[in-house]
Design a binder for this molecule. Structure first.
Ligand code: TMP
Length: 211
């Protein structure tokens, strides 16, 4: 069966993922590839509705386990309705955040048991796993300053405090180290153009061989 490539972008707040995702999508499209650019939580109508529930309100609106289940309800809908059909058509799917965000935010930083998260990955994602995950790394202070500068209404996670965000950064670094075949660390400290060049070099290096 024809099968596209699945690339996810991960990291803390204010790392410039969304800007870089648009640039990578445009570059791949200019090479003649069909690209679906999407995000989590969200990416399908049902998942976007859940996004509204999890990203607004007080920082303690949901417990970490309840939040994990909401993320996975959204993710399952997104995977079923958008990601799997696109990959089956042979499209490349680029997703702003995916399962590693749940491991880092709800798991490592929030305290949801890793066994629960692992079993959700097993039963809910099944074989739908990223071929490549770019982990955007940035000092916490730099990222939070950038996130506050563009502050919109979705501030639940930005408001959680420095220690939470330090744990998060450590969790993403640990994921990159534990799964080096799937993950690549991107130094996100630099101009948009400099980081874009790092992203492109990594995508070409990791995925060009696969056609
Ligand atoms: P964004 O700011 O990159 O759009 O991400 C939205 C927020 O959702 C961000 O603060 C991280 C959070 N999030 C989780 O906590 N768990 C998840 O599984 C996902 C996908 C996002």
């Amino acid at each position: 069966m024809k099968h596209g490539r699945f690339i996810t972008f991960e990291g803390g707040e204010g790392a410039g993922k969304s800007t870089q995702l648009k640039r990578l999508a445009a570059r791949l499209q200019s090479q003649g590839r069909e690209v679906v650019a999407t995000r989590e939580p969200g990416g399908s109508p049902g998942a976007e509705a859940i996004r509204g529930l999890v990203l607004t309100g007080a920082a303690d609106r949901w417990s970490p386990v309840a939040e994990t289940l909401l993320m996975y309800a959204a993710r399952r809908d997104h995977v079923e309705r958008l990601i799997r059909p696109a990959l089956a058509r042979g499209d490349w799917v680029i997703c702003d955040r995916f399962a590693d965000s749940t491991r880092a935010y709800q798991g490592a930083a929030g305290g949801t048991p890793p066994e629960l998260i692992a079993s959700l990955e097993h039963f809910i994602l099944e074989e739908t796993r990223p071929d490549l995950t770019l982990i955007f790394d940035l000092p916490v202070e730099v990222g939070l300053a950038r996130a506050h500068a563009r502050a919109g209404s979705e501030l639940r996670f930005e408001s959680k405090g420095l220690a939470f965000h330090e744990r998060l950064r450590g969790a993403f670094l640990a994921i990159a180290k534990a799964e080096p075949d799937r993950c690549a660390l991107i130094d996100a400290d630099g101009s948009v153009e400099v980081v874009e060049a790092r992203v492109w070099a990594t995508v070409e290096g990791r995925l060009a061989a696969h056609g």
